[in-house]
Design a protein around this ligand. Structure first.
Ligand SMILES: Cc1cc2nc3c(=O)[nH]c(=O)nc-3n(C[C@H](O)[C@H](O)[C@H](O)COP(=O)(O)OP(=O)(O)OC[C@H]3O[C@@H](n4cnc5c(N)ncnc54)[C@H](O)[C@@H]3O)c2cc1C
Length: 299
């Protein structure tokens, strides 16, 4: 199958985007397709941007797609964007932006690479991780980053060095017109058993403290000035609180879950209710970490 026909085969109209996010809620997008190479990516955007807004999505583990859907084209990075390679000097790890975190973590165990163990617990892709500066238990994706290759707004392929990127807590300076296609990391070597131990400690901690087998989007709000958002939510007594089919997790109160066929509106209204109550009680303005995409459903 040539490049063009494989691309056309992956093209889906009126695709149920919401269903393929971790929450599993929300509406459709006009078009959805998986691109496998830089040429396919650039050619698709060149044509599509004349007609439709464009969104690149990873695993959909940090997003709420609103019930009215996204009236645009959604691109997923597959094929060549899911490569993991070590350079000849054995000091640089290159990872395609569509690669899943768990695949990277498994590769690192196999090759005795340390520093990215925390990815074993994050259900995203490298592109989504960099955009969100994902991290946990004291590590974040920017720590060992050397540079990123991106496709910029003018459709040029560009290497952006770490020092040119602003990384803050759960956000980066990349804007929506910039597509991350690859990231390179410094390799730190360690003993395989130590790497495995770190991963199993992370996994144990997560299972005890997060609803990892529920339909969720991870942390709902960022921690304001390092004060845990979950504590604020507990202070207003919202652990376990339900609104429609949405629920505040009993295990971790900063996680919302799609408990019983929730709509995205249920999730968002529950989140907004939490924000209001926390503001009333503590005069602290919680900020959404979850990225909310698309339109509300018209009634
Ligand atoms: C159970 C669970 C646990 C979680 N635990 C953590 C945690 O411990 N720490 C943490 O930081 N996060 C956590 N998350 C949130 C989430 O996994 C991370 O934010 C992750 O980095 C999102 O990656 P993704 O590929 O799913 O991105 P998506 O959710 O698909 O997208 C997130 C944003 O990134 C953009 N994006 C995606 N790919 C690209 C790309 N290639 N180029 C440019 N922009 C792109 C999207 O447009 C969107 O704006 C958790 C989520 C769940 C469901």
């Amino acid at each position: 199958m040539n490049n063009k026909s494989s691309l056309l085969k992956s093209l889906k109209f009126n695709y149920q985007l919401g269903k393929r996010t971790w929450f599993g809620t929300g509406g459709n997008c006009k078009l959805f397709l998986e691109v496998n190479s830089i040429n396919q990516l650039i050619n698709t955007i060149r044509i599509a941007k004349k007609f439709l807004p464009i969104l690149v999505i990873g695993s959909g583990s940090n997003v709420i797609i609103r019930d009215g859907g996204f009236k645009g084209i959604v691109i997923k990075l597959g094929g060549n964007f899911r490569k993991i390679e070590i350079d000849k000097s054995n000091s640089v790890l290159s990872v395609g932006a569509g690669t899943k975190d768990l695949e990277v973590a498994k590769f690192c165990v196999e090759k005795n690479i340390s520093g990215l163990e925390f990815l074993s617990g994050i259900p995203g892709t490298i592109g989504g991780n960099i955009k969100m500066n994902a991290g946990c238990y004291g590590n974040q994706i920017s720590d060992n980053l050397i540079d990123c290759t991106i496709i910029d707004e003018k459709l040029n392929k560009k290497i952006v060095k770490k020092k040119e990127i602003e990384f803050h807590y759960r956000k980066s300076s990349f804007d929506n017109g910039q597509i991350i296609i690859e990231a390179r990391f410094k390799i730190q070597k360690n003993n395989k058993s130590k790497i495995k131990k770190k991963i199993s400690t992370i996994s144990d901690k997560r299972k005890k403290s997060q609803p990892v087998s529920s339909r969720t989007g991870g942390s709902t709000f960022t921690n304001p000035n390092s004060y845990p958002a979950w504590k604020l939510i507990d202070e207003i007594d919202y652990r376990g609180k339900q609104l429609g089919g949405a629920k505040v997790s009993n295990l971790h109160s900063n996680f919302l879950i799609n408990y019983k066929n929730a709509s995205s509106l249920d999730l968002e209204m529950l989140g907004e209710e939490i924000k209001n109550k926390v503001w009333e009680k503590r005069r602290i303005n919680l900020k959404w970490e979850l990225i909310r995409i698309g339109e509300f459903k018209k009634v």
